[in-house]
Design a protein around this ligand. Sequence first.
Ligand SMILES: [Zn+2]
Length: 282
Amino acid sequence: MSDDFSDPVKRALASRVGNLCSNPECRALTSGPQDDPAKAVNLGVAAHITAASPGGPRYDAELLPEERSAPSNGLWLCQNCAKLVDNDAVRFGVDLLLRWKGTAEADARNRVGKTAASGSAPGVNLQDGIRVRIEPIVPRRFERTEWLVQSNSGNAFVFQKTDSMATVEIPVSFIENVHRFRDNAPALVQLDGRLQWISVGQRWLVLSEKPQPGPHNEHGYSKFVDFDYPRRMAYTGEFAWCREDRLAECLSRGRYIFYDEDGKYLRVPGPDIDQILVSSRP
Ligand SMILES: [Zn+2]
């Protein structure tokens, strides 16, 4: 049996990415007018990130049927790209598809309500191979590291962190400003949003809110959980809870703030002061 998406889920998936294919190399518009003035064509497909039935691409037996047909398991693609990703489940793995989804949704969130002129970011001029710094990044200490412009698809740039193999794709619509400097200084890329480290999955995501001003600026956004949360979420690693007033000390001893899937760090309210989850690796 097959756990297909309902029509409301399909419509939501399409709308959440502005009816554009989520493949960053494609970004085809998936809807348009028909000859009948009351009708529209739809060339989009609500693709399954993990397959709807056993034997399908990226099938995950651990998921419940309702999780397989939930919006979180869906990705809006044009018909061509939907075939592509289902014909090669190795090249187009779950992590890659989740990254496409995150970037496409972030791009739509960033463009919604803006005029075509402001969304097209005509001033972004970054050649492949040049060095840049990016801001804002959470945690802010990463604003001192350098990235290389690896490629440019016209809609998005791929940056590679020079001290690791990590890459991130940033839609052009997210780039607010590029400052070029004289001599050999790296260019400064300023985002209308933020680049965020996610500890779960060890990856970078582009998110729409900028870091808040104030004392917690350095570490971005937090959310309240309970002490059992990391176990319940089956997060593995060496974790510790650190009092907020001793956070600087914890970090100086080689601990890192742990960031959840949504880019938020975790705090448990205490009687006098909150405790923050830290991990032994970044
Ligand atoms: Zn496509």
